[in-house]
Design a protein around this ligand. Structure first.
Ligand code: C2E
Ligand code: CA
Ligand code: CA
Length: 576
């Protein structure tokens, strides 16, 4: 018996290990193996034992060949030369070297190597595929990156203005939303909506491209501001920009923010042609963050901008809830007015004008009233300007004339004419359609035109404007005129003599003059008389005032003392 210690190292090695060592040597010679030889040997030893077991076992086991082929490729022993070397070695030496004595061993070697080769090539193809997959994965990753970039660009485009590159309306609303959500309660914020002054004119003069360049320039200046002042800026599109400041302490902070923006715009922009001075108007908002939605914040700030733009004097307007409510009411009333006229919600109240000498009613002024189903009685001072704006005044004067004429006819007594006074706004007097409307209504009702007086402002009579032609045409129908609210505005004494040319018969002295010294009142009365006109005192509320205006030589007076505006029925009693 040989002592184990006496053996050489090669002799000491188990046969499978020796076989594996030879196998590994051959493989490392023909194939790049990214691993040290000593680490390949145990792997191959394992495979050798399995293959030997398959050749020498009770039953043939080609699956072992399959497993070995796959294992080779997994160990990156996967070159064609590696396959060839392995097949030669397994075929030529495995049985002998490992002492496989099974009688079928030789016959089993063929199928075993078949399975080995098949598995090997299959595994190599799979790896190749995986490699292509890797390429594909790389491409896919690149494609993903491109998609992500495109998506990012799309998001950027969605959230930024294309010209200025500043955040757009969507981004602003998101920002406001985040600000409102994050703000400590009670927190505040300030918003300034800027609109460039004369931008439309500038782009008309400069052309679209320069207009865009101008917007870019404004964008840059505003962006500088955001960096320097810690503000948030957005471009709503067109020539509207927004600045947002969190944690404001009051409107002064927002006014200051607007001041900064104006300063930033103030230095001239120098495009190719000539330097251009930029300026902006602004709507300002300063409010609590609690209870606000981003949309509402933007809407209200923009509302203030509309106010600023509508005011030729100021450069900014501050949002006020009360003014907003009044706007809302105006909108609602304007919306309701046309249907209200159809439904007869607008009617006339009649106020007597009394001759001071004998206290007889010599005229009646018809004053419009609107019984609004929701808002109650709406006064003419509120809805007449709306009717004017939406072009309803001609309809109104037509229906007023038709409604008042029959009443006016019923007031008449032999030898005691009672005139009907109707108010006309200045705008109506520049409408050439007016005389025809009045003429038709007079014809339809049979009211003698000589009983009709239109009350107009002094300005309407004295200003050289298209209205004078209308005035003359109405006068030609036979109607007379009274100058209303005389002394309340800036009277143009230099042109006042023109009233006599325009069939004016009466000067109504505004009720504010009742508070003036006697000399003022008597001067106006003298002026009226000097021009051949009757003087009527308005707004007489007391016996004392009635006596005073009579003493100062007024011809007639009107006011609550003699009777308030009233429905036609109680008025009838005054003519008995
Ligand atoms: P106005 O023509 O100067 O009418 C007189 C206004 O003074 C009326 O107000 C009348 O109710 C009010 N008044 C009358 N007596 C007194 C008084 O003793 N004390 C005081 N404090 N006020 C008195 P109202 O009815 O609210 O009308 C306001 C203005 O609306 C009118 O001023 C007139 O300019 C205009 N207006 C009224 N109806 C019409 C209309 O049908 N068409 C047009 N275009 N304007 C109208
Ligand atoms: Ca009047
Ligand atoms: Ca008046």
């Amino acid at each position: 018996m040989r002592e184990p210690s006496a053996r050489t190292s090669a002799e000491q090695e188990p046969p499978a290990r020796a076989f594996a060592r030879a196998w590994a040597h051959n493989l490392h010679e023909v194939c790049f193996v990214p691993r040290r030889l000593s680490r390949t040997i145990p792997l191959l030893e394992d495979l050798s034992l399995q293959l030997a077991a398959a050749l020498g076992g009770d039953r043939p086991d080609p699956a072992a060949g399959h497993r070995a082929g796959t294992a080779m490729v997994e160990a990156q022993l996967w070159s064609p030369a590696a396959l060839r070397v392995s097949v030669e070695l397994i075929h030529g030496r495995l049985r002998d070297d490992l002492g496989v004595g099974h009688p079928d061993a030789a016959a089993r070697t063929g199928p075993l190597l078949g399975a080995f080769t098949e598995a090997f090539t299959e595994a190599v193809r799979a790896i190749a595929l995986t490699e292509t997959d890797d390429v594909r994965r790389h491409e896919r990753a690149q494609a993903h990156r491109a998609v992500r970039r495109a998506e990012h660009e799309r998001q950027h485009a969605l959230l930024h203005d294309q010209i200025s590159g500043l955040p757009n309306r969507h981004a602003l609303l998101e920002h406001l939303g985040a600000l409102l959500a994050a703000a400590p309660r009670p927190g505040r914020l300030g918003v300034c909506v800027l609109n460039l002054v004369q931008f439309a004119e500038l782009t008309d003069a400069l052309g679209m491209e320069q207009g865009d360049a101008l917007l870019r320039e404004v964008g840059l200046r505003i962006r500088d501001l955001t960096v320097a002042e810690g503000l948030y800026a957005a471009h709503l599109g067109g020539d509207e920009f927004v600045l947002v400041r969190p944690d404001t302490r009051g409107i002064d902070d927002v006014i200051k923010m607007f001041g900064l923006a104006r300063e930033a715009l103030a230095y001239p922009w120098r495009p190719a042609t000539h330097p251009i001075q930029l300026d902006a108007k602004a709507g300002l908002l300063e409010r609590r963050t609690a209870g606000a939605s981003p949309g509402e914040v933007l809407r209200t700030a923009k509302m203030a901008l509309t106010w600023a733009k509508g005011d030729p004097v100021t450069s900014y307007a501050v949002f006020e809830q009360r003014r907003h409510d009044a706007d809302q009411r105006r909108h609602a009333l304007s919306r309701d007015l046309p249907a209200a006229l159809d439904r007869g919600e607008v009617h006339l109240a009649y106020q007597p004008i009394v001759r001071l000498g004998d206290r007889r009613v010599v005229a009646v002024e018809a004053l419009a009233r609107w019984d609004h189903p929701e808002h109650g009685t709406v006064g003419p001072a509120e809805f007449i300007p709306l009717a004017e704006r939406i072009g309803l005044l001609n309809r109104m004067i037509d229906s007023q004339l038709r409604a008042a004429a029959s009443h006016a006819r019923s007031w008449q007594r032999p030898g005691r004419p009672v005139r009907l006074h109707l108010n006309l706004s200045t705008a109506q007097l520049s409408d050439p359609a007016l005389p025809a409307i009045i003429g038709a209504a007079l014809d339809a009702t049979g009211l003698p035109p000589g009983l009709l007086t239109f009350e107009v402002t002094e300005q309407a009579v004295t200003d050289p404007q298209p209205g004078t032609a209308t005035l003359a045409a109405v006068a030609a129908l036979g109607a007379g005129f009274a100058v209303d609210d005389f002394g309340a505005g800036y009277s143009n004494f230099a042109r006042l003599h023109e009233v006599s040319r325009a069939a004016v018969t009466t000067l109504k002295i505004d009720r504010s003059l009742l508070a003036s010294p006697d000399v003022m009142l008597s001067t106006l009365v003298d002026l009226a008389h000097g021009l051949g006109l009757e003087a009527v005192a308005e707004g007489v509320e007391t016996q004392e005032q009635a006596t005073r205006v009579q003493t100062l030589d007024c011809d007639a007076a009107q006011g609550h003392f003699f009777g308030p505006p009233m429905p036609p029925e109680p008025l009838r009693g005054l003519f008995a």
